[in-house]
Design a protein around this ligand. Structure first.
Ligand SMILES: Cc1cc2nc3c(=O)[nH]c(=O)nc-3n(C[C@H](O)[C@H](O)[C@H](O)COP(=O)(O)O)c2cc1C
Length: 191
């Protein structure tokens, strides 16, 4: 169990629920003593069991270099309170300098992969890349098998999101520094 307050295990077949509402994520990566973090909006759940996700990672990014070298990555879901840091790590490359230091981003060791979890986020998916050379080369598309998943029990418990406090809600990216925050939940029954 990662040493993060409120953090609870999410069963892997339920891991897709963490991504089902299309949040912006932070992708962290690490290899050979180097580590990095970037923002990503182009992500989606891909399968229940084994749990898989898909992410689009630009071929010029430092993240891509470390992901390909290590075969691993972590998706951390930032809440509204971290939007400024999301924009910062999505606007600078780790090749310019250590973004964790520059933007005051704290990490916690993951359980199954070398890339770290990002502190202050509300859910985390530890992933191993399922190599698909054509997708990676042609579309910058990476498939990750989720090997561990965690969520903050204040907002994700009993297999569903319970958004209340505005600052703990996940966010969605529009462009140019504009975000939406996750809104009110409502229920419908199939007719
Ligand atoms: C909110 C947001 C979402 C982004 N989404 C993606 C994405 O889905 N895929 C991608 O390759 N880059 C995306 N970017 C851009 C990368 O985060 C950016 O190129 C970053 O500087 C790469 O950092 P690195 O070189 O340290 O890996 C996004 C940027 C922002 C601000």
């Amino acid at each position: 169990m990662p040493k993060i307050e409120h953090c609870r295990l999410v069963e892997l077949p339920k891991a897709y629920l963490l991504m089902n509402h299309g949040p912006v994520v932070l992708i962290s990566s690490a290899h050979g003593g180097r580590r990095n973090v970037m923002a990503a909006a182009w992500t989606m759940p891909l399968d229940f069991s084994p749990a898989k996700v898909a992410v689009v990672v630009d071929r010029n990014s430092y993240t891509r270099e470390l992901m390909e070298a290590s075969g691993e990555f972590v998706l951390s879901l930032p809440p509204k309170a971290m939007a400024g840091k999301v924009l910062a790590v999505g606007s600078h490359s780790g090749r310019e300098g250590d973004k964790f230091v520059a933007f005051g981003i704290n990490t916690v060791p993951a359980e199954k992969v070398s890339a770290p979890l990002i502190a202050g986020c509300v859910a985390w998916l530890e992933c191993r890349i399922v190599p698909e050379a054509r997708n990676q080369e042609s579309y910058d598309l990476f498939i990750g098998e989720v090997v561990a998943a965690w969520a903050d029990e204040r907002v994700f418990r009993d297999g569903r999101w319970h958004f209340a406090e505005e600052e703990l809600r996940t966010i969605h990216y529009l462009s140019g520094g504009s975000f939406l925050v996750s809104g009110s939940a409502f229920e419908v029954s199939p007719t």
